[in-house]
Ligand binder design. Sequence first.
Ligand code: GRF
Length: 188
Amino acid sequence: MKKIKLGILISGRGSNMQALIKACQDQSFPAEIACVITNNGEAAGLKIAKQAGISAFVVEGRPLGTDKIHEILVQHKVDLVCLAGFMRILKADFLSKWHDKVINIHPSLLPSFKGLNAQEQALKAGVKITGCTVHYVTPEVDAGTIIVQAAVPVLPNDNIQSLSERILVEEHKCYVEAVRLIAAKIAN
Ligand code: GRF
C-alpha cells in the first residue's frame, strides 16, 4: 500500500496532531507524517513531534512565511497539508499552490459558529447539539467543502471547558477518518 505523506501545521497543544501520529503508527493506516511545521516555537505540540522523531520546523514571524512553509512541504513531498490548531490564516497565493490539498479541523458543526471560540459561540447560542468538522481550506475562513463531521450534545451544565473536552474527543476521531477517506481517494 502506498501511503500518502502528511504535513501538519500547528500553533499550540497539538492533540489533533498527536491523534494523527498515533493513527500513522498503525501499519495499515494509509498515511505517514512527513513533517510538522509551527509558527510558534513555544508550541507544546512541537515537543511532542520531536519526541516522536518527526522532522519539525519553526517558521515564526509576521507576515507568515508561507514561501518557507511551501518549500518545506515540497521538500518533504507532502501530499496533504493538515491544519491542526494552526492559528494563522493561509492566503489565496499559498492555497492556490495547494489546491484541494489543505484540510482543517474546526470545533463546531460548520457552517455554524465559524471563527474563534466556536464552543463559546455554541453555548451562547443555546444550541442543544454542536460538534466538529473537518473541511477543505479555502481563502474564506471555515467555508470549504465538508469532509467529516461528528455531533456532540450540549449538556445542561456544560461550560466552555467541559464542552470543548467532549468535542475534542470527537475531533481526534474525525481527523483520522478524514485522512483515511482522502488517502483512499488519492490512491484511486
Ligand atoms: C482544536 O479544538 C481545533 O478544532 C481548533 O483548535 C484546537 C486545536 O487543538 N482548530 P490541538 O492543538 O489539536 O490540541
